[in-house]
Design a protein around this ligand. Structure first.
Ligand SMILES: [Zn+2]
Length: 254
């Protein structure tokens, strides 16, 4: 059995373009997560939305609307339904590698109760520091659910065979990380929110120009891009064009 990588969309994020470093007045972008089937077990990179986010009365969703942000999701886009579609029992997911603790990346943890969370130590610590968590919008309601947690410091090879490697890309949040996956589908770097889309990777037009996080985000992105070789495909965090144009991201078994 070889390593397989599947992309899945758990919903859409609708926001002013400037919130995502885009020039359009309003944009809709995909909220992705990824399924990695490895001979040693199933791992996810991020895990989508909490199923409550499908309810317009959810207090977190209502809070976002106050900022002109909305999220839409369909029942068939839940983590559970994507896994079942791929013939994977959610109870069998052994690891969830979290890029960071934002609601659209960590929200679906309740659907994979047996998984061990793999997270950068500084992200996990930020999530449990009330002041830092509030500043970075890390809502504990979605990730403090009693999972086993493996806190890591910097680069980490999950299976010890070089196929799935965490790469620290701090900046978007205190302990953000990306993931390199070498699979049957090729060599991919799942960038996460270290960079939202391919245009920003070129222009460095990050959201909110005055944001003090930009120096660290630039450094992290430079280091990540330097890992590429000719065959590496970068998959950006919330990139509507890339999602539409990349067959891998449709997430079906072939
Ligand atoms: Zn995100």
């Amino acid at each position: 059995m070889t390593t397989q990588l599947f992309g899945c969309v758990c919903g859409q994020y609708h926001a002013p373009g400037k919130a995502l470093g885009m020039f359009e007045k309003r944009v809709s972008v995909p909220l992705p997560f990824y399924v990695i089937e490895h001979p040693q077990g199933v791992a996810l990179f991020d895990c989508g939305l909490h199923t409550d986010i499908g309810n317009p009365e959810d207090p977190y969703l209502k809070g976002l609307r106050a900022y002109g942000i909305d999220v839409t999701t369909e029942p068939e886009e839940s983590v559970t339904n994507h896994l079942v579609r791929l013939d994977i029992d959610p109870a069998r997911v052994r690891w969830v590698v979290l890029s960071h603790l934002h609601f659209d990346h960590a929200g679906g943890l309740h659907q994979v109760p047996n998984a061990t969370i793999v997270v950068q130590r500084r992200e996990w610590e930020a999530g449990f520091d009330d002041e830092v968590a509030a500043q970075h919008h890390l809502p504990r309601r979605f990730f403090d659910l009693g999972h086993k947690v493996k806190q890591i410091d910097g680069e980490y090879d999950i299976f010890g065979d070089g196929s799935v490697t965490c790469i620290p890309t701090f900046g978007h949040t205190p302990g953000h990380q990306s993931l390199r996956v070498r699979s049957e589908q090729g060599d991919h770097i799942l960038v996460g929110d270290a960079c939202n889309n391919h245009k920003i990777a070129e222009s460095r037009h990050f959201p909110s120009p005055a944001d003090p996080r930009h120096a660290e985000m630039n450094q992290s992105l430079d280091a990540l891009l330097a890992l590429r070789d000719a065959s590496t495909v970068m998959i950006y965090g919330h990139d509507p064009e890339q999602w539409r144009d990349t067959p891998l991201l449709q997430g079906f078994r072939t």
